[in-house]
Design a protein. Structure first.
Length: 675
């Protein structure tokens, strides 16, 4: 369940900018989001996907291989701050839920919004009539022609409504079978989401069906009341018409049972794959409020409902609405028809929607904004102090020094670039600062580099660290995050820019900016990670500056202290423990390897893992304790050696400028007399 901080949008730190946000407000809409996410992954695998839920759907929808967030409270300021942290490329709303503050915030940031499979419910139409501006600027993809007509009647010429209905997109989402130990070898009919009126019609019909069925072929009826607390009363009602009923309670249903009643939430959808036919509740005595048969149809079941069955999904050829007095015959016909393979066109519906909305996935990523704008005055003070600090006179080391730095604090790729530079230079040592924690200095990045075989010295005083490296035989020193240090001069400055978040939105503490963009005038080389260098930063570069483009690529695994190849870890479901600045990149790399992150335990950058974290790795508090735990190399350096966690190793792959950068760093380490 989401916390108050989640709903206020405060802890969003693990999403890569430029993602597609798929929002679902209910369990059924969550199935639409799952189908669309799978289609986007098939057709545009480079697009990161974030699924968001309200509390009603969060605990019942499988997280799949995508990142999940809580949907923020629809309040002024909250939605804008959430969007500025997530910075999505587009937002797709499933079916009907409209959020006025969120839509206004998206419009002001030029984030395209589409309503997919719009059903034009009465509540939606009332909101659009009362507040016409809410529906403007949205791309509407109606579920059927009736919804299209209703939307056009309200929005008129202001509505951007596509004329081709999407159909029932829930059919495109697969249904995973739930465990059913000792399932009776009898045909099963499932009655899903029933209300008292449904049961009053269904139970006598089931009794009539059993009377005309031989004992050898006697089927079992599984009733899932809409309110699981009513399970006992349903058993009493079944006994009242002469049926033997049991509650689920983990049992398979005894050989003498006529009816099995679910008294547990979250079980129904997973039982449809075990069934031969289905009855859907909300269709007797509840005109205008029928439940959708989508999950049952997605499993290939014949579906029947009462006379009130209506809606997009009920137009399916395997769905029937019948009068109450025809229920026994309809149940018998459904059992005889049995299950078929789901229609192959179901998945194609989601693909067609993605093709129609492909343009939203090609829109620019929203520009950075200050995540804490109320602190901008303090940010200006920080910028002034940072600029003055770079002008201080610094002592020189007896060997060449290459400083690696960034415009932002944390997560810009400095350590990986420093490692690449050190690998090009014989006799190079890396001087890393470490991180202050608990009155001491942590060395996760230095420990990681040392484990890779680099010569590393650690300490907050970079001049002392450089001297220690020289005393140990260093021929040159690479300063990891040492561009702005006032304690030692450098011969070459290499600045790392994360193209997705180049400036941090604003200076610390209003944003993540460590030094202003104007400081790039002092950079000899720039490495732009995860995309081209933004054009507005190129204007600050000196004419002879070298510009390279690179990205992270997985290179192998570390497990039980051993370095293993990528194919040593099979694709599948994993849980993730991560404590780095921007963990979204790790999740993206894992998905690219076919490794599906399920539970993700996020911690702050350089977090000191405690007993609770170690217990979580060991299985305590995890739903599936048998799933392996994956982390990063840097996090692994802060964990005991015997945790059993797998760490993904990464490296740099250059798209351009590698040779020029190599020549630049090699020239910086040539002794002055040999130049």
């Amino acid at each position: 369940m989401s916390s108050v901080r989640d709903r206020l949008g405060l802890p969003v730190v693990h999403v890569e900018p430029g993602a597609l946000v798929l929002h679902a407000a209910s369990f059924g809409e969550g199935r639409i989001a799952a189908a669309l996410a799978a289609a986007v992954t098939r057709m545009r695998p480079e697009v990161a996907i974030v699924r968001t839920f309200t509390r009603a759907a969060a605990s019942r929808v499988d997280t799949g291989a995508w990142q999940d967030l809580a949907w923020p409270l629809d309040l002024p300021g909250v939605t804008g701050a959430w969007l500025d942290r997530v910075r999505p490329r587009a937002v797709w709303l499933c079916e009907a839920e409209l959020w006025p503050c969120m839509l206004a915030a998206c419009r002001s940031r030029r984030i395209p919004v589409a309503v997919v499979g719009a059903t034009a419910r009465d509540g939606t139409l009332r909101l659009l009539r009362a507040w016409p501006g809410v529906g403007r600027g949205l791309r509407w993809l109606p579920a059927d022609t009736r919804a299209e007509a209703r939307l056009r009647a309200v929005l008129g010429s202001d509505g951007d409504i596509e004329g081709t209905p999407t159909g029932d997109l829930k059919l495109a989402a697969p249904v995973e079978a739930a465990p059913w130990p000792d399932r009776p070898q009898r045909p099963v009919v499932i009655a899903g989401s029933t209300h008292p009126a449904d049961e009053a019609a269904l139970l006598p019909a089931w009794r009539a069906l059993l009377r005309s069925t031989p004992d050898a072929a006697r089927p079992l009826l599984v009733i899932a009341p809409r309110d699981a607390a009513r399970a006992r009363s349903v058993c009493v009602a079944a006994a009242g018409v002469g049926l033997r009923a049991l509650t689920w309670g983990g049992r398979a249903g005894g050989p003498d049972a006529d009816v099995l009643v679910l008294d547990t939430l979250g079980v129904l959808a997973g039982l449809y794959p075990h069934a031969r036919a289905a009855f859907i509740g909300g269709t007797v005595g509840r005109a205008g409020r029928p439940h959708a048969p989508s999950e049952a149809l997605a499993c290939g079941l014949p579906v029947i409902g009462g006379p009130g069955a209506a809606g997009t999904a009920w137009a399916h050829p395997r769905a029937r609405a019948v009068p109450v007095d025809r229920l026994p015959d309809a149940l018998r016909d459904a059992l005889a028809a049995g299950r078929e393979q789901p229609a192959p066109a179901a998945g194609a519906n989601a693909d067609a929607v993605v093709r129609r909305l492909r343009w939203t996935l090609d829109t620019p990523v929203p520009t950075e904004r200050a995540p804490r704008p109320w602190l901008l005055p303090l940010g200006w003070v920080w910028e002034g102090l940072a600029t003055a600090r770079t002008r201080l006179e610094r002592p020189r080391a007896p060997v060449p020094v290459i400083a690696v730095g960034a415009l932002i604090a944390g997560g810009a790729g400095k350590t990986e670039v420093a490692a690449w530079i050190a690998a090009q230079l014989p006799g190079a040592w890396i001087a890393a600062r470490g991180t202050a924690r608990g009155g001491g200095w942590l060395g996760d990045e230095p420990a990681m580099l040392a484990a890779r075989g680099f010569d590393v010295v650690r300490g907050p005083d970079r001049h002392a660290a450089a001297r220690a490296a020289v005393d140990a035989g260093a021929r040159c020193v690479v300063l990891d995050d040492g561009w702005t240090t006032p304690t030692v001069a450098h011969d070459l400055a290499v600045v790392c820019i994360d193209a997705r978040r180049p400036t941090g939105g604003a200076a610390i503490p209003a944003g993540e900016g460590k030094v202003p963009a104007s400081s790039l005038r002092h950079a000899h080389a720039v490495v732009s990670l995860h995309g081209p260098l933004p054009g507005d930063l190129r204007g600050w570069l000196r004419p002879d500056a070298v510009v390279a483009e690179a990205r992270y690529v997985p290179t192998g695994w570390i497990h039980d202290g051993q370095a293993l190849p990528l194919d040593a870890f099979p694709p599948g479901d994993v849980d993730v423990l991560v404590g780095i600045a921007h963990p979204g990149g790790l999740l993206r790399l894992l998905r690219g390897l076919g490794v599906r992150p399920r539970a993700v335990r996020r911690r702050p950058d350089h977090h000191v893992f405690g007993r609770a974290d170690l217990a979580w790795i060991g299985g305590s508090g995890r739903t599936h304790a048998t799933r392996p735990v994956v982390t990063t190399e840097k996090d692994l350096a802060r964990l005991p050696t015997a945790t059993g966690a797998w760490a993904l190793r990464i490296g740099l792959a250059f798209d351009s400028g590698e040779d020029a950068l190599r020549a630049c760093v090699e020239a910086a380490c040539v002794p002055p007399a040999a130049r």
